[in-house]
Design a protein around this ligand. Structure first.
Ligand SMILES: Cc1ncc(COP(=O)(O)O)c(C=O)c1O
Length: 380
């Protein structure tokens, strides 16, 4: 089976991990800072806080942005549930902004209308779907005008760029988060990171990562009683990443450009081979370079039903997938009052979407196998 995504692990990555296993620190050691620095430098952002997964990065960033009961988070319905759940963990109310049918990202037009009708949320979470940046300049303009915080869910998009700057530079946002799950652009097994240019926000994330504890004498409320002294000043969590994971992440960062280049090459190859078939794919704006975490196609009206095409692909050994079931249609969110029909573009997209395999180690022949299987499934 050709999987829809998978990690690329080199001998160097393995050596990096083994070196940590042989060292004094397998957690809370120097590899964390090494990884954080590598990501911060790559993204051109001042602060980076490594955590145990992308969901924890979103959760910590939401709390650090002051999200709490009575406050509101808006995100895209076409995302993994984590983008919305992070707000729920803080007790906030969730709502969604429908997608643009061409880019599959949050529609700026829909956002503008919703702001006009309802006033602002407290935190907006645009999701750079499949690795292509949202229109951040427009979103930043609206955030300034209406006064809401912007947290980029860049789980798919480390290595992408927008207006010639790396995604994660936070030029147009308060913070951004990454996920390092094995199917993502770089991996740490499980892992995530919050990045920001706001020192206070970074410090809050850092404290939330370790139970709300500070060991910095300058930040303490009481006189330190000795070198052992630490203060828990708020209720935080254990969101720590291990040094074993961070060593893998730091090593993977050395190949991030190679990974993204190969993903782009494969995506272009897909587009060439799919030309003429009754399918379309994500429109990526000219000022955006996608990291191509995913390659998603949308079936045209006249094709066999998606379930049939999907089953035929799986039968041919193609590990197709679907990203995503609109979050508002999940039973948990339905119970909060959302209904079919609430976000029609997201729902129409979902009905016809299929994710095709894409990962750096995928061979050109694998890609041809996928397209042949698709052609057959479509009866084309
Ligand atoms: C858009 C999006 N946000 C958040 C997450 C959560 O990341 P993690 O699985 O590392 O917790 C994911 C990962 O699947 C994702 O795709």
């Amino acid at each position: 089976v050709i999987p829809y995504g998978r990690q690329s692990i080199s001998e160097e990555d393995i050596e990096g991990v083994v070196a940590v296993l042989r060292s004094d620190f397998i957690t809370q050691g120097p590899a964390i800072e090494r990884f954080e620095t590598a990501v911060a430098e790559y993204c051109g952002v001042e602060h980076a806080v490594a955590v145990c997964n992308g969901t924890a990065a979103l959760h910590a960033a939401c709390l650090a942005l002051g999200l709490e009961p009575g406050k509101k988070l808006w995100t895209s319905p076409i995302t993994f549930v984590a983008s919305a759940n992070a707000g729920r963990y803080c007790g906030a109310d969730i709502d969604f902004v429908d997608i643009d049918p061409a880019t599959y990202n949050m529609s700026v037009e829909a956002l503008r209308e919703k702001l006009r009708a309802e006033g602002p949320p407290d935190v907006l979470v645009p999701v750079h779907f499949a690795g292509a940046s949202c229109d951040m300049a427009e979103i930043a303009e609206l955030s300034e005008k209406h006064g809401f915080a912007v947290l980029e869910d860049a789980s798919h998009a480390i290595g992408a760029s927008y207006q010639d700057e790396p995604v994660g530079s936070c030029r147009y946002s308060n913070a951004a988060t990454f996920s390092f799950h094995p199917v993502k652009i770089i991996t740490t097994g499980e892992g995530g990171m919050a990045v920001t240019n706001d020192a206070e926000l970074a410090n809050r994330c850092r404290m939330l990562r370790t139970h709300g504890i500070t060991r910095d004498p300058d930040r303490m409320q009481a006189e330190p009683e000795g070198p052992w002294y630490y203060e828990q000043q708020q209720l935080g969590y254990n969101f720590r990443m291990t040094d074993i994971q961070a060593a893998l992440g730091a090593s993977q960062m050395q190949r991030i450009d190679e990974f993204v280049a190969r993903r782009n090459e494969l995506a272009e190859r897909y587009k060439a081979l799919l030309a003429g078939l009754p399918v379309s794919w994500q429109h990526v704006h000219t000022d955006t370079r996608s990291a191509y975490h995913l390659f998603v196609i949308e079936l045209a009206e006249e094709t066999p039903p998606r379930a049939e095409v999907f089953a035929a692909l799986r039968e041919s050994g193609v590990g197709a997938n679907v990203h995503y079931i609109p979050v508002h249609l999940q039973p948990y969110y339905r119970a909060l009052g959302f209904e079919p029909g609430d976000f029609p573009n997201a729902e129409a997209y979902y009905e016809r979407a299929i994710t095709l395999p894409l990962y750096p180690a995928m061979a050109d022949e694998d890609l041809e196998t996928v397209v042949s299987a698709l052609r057959e499934a479509l009866g084309a």
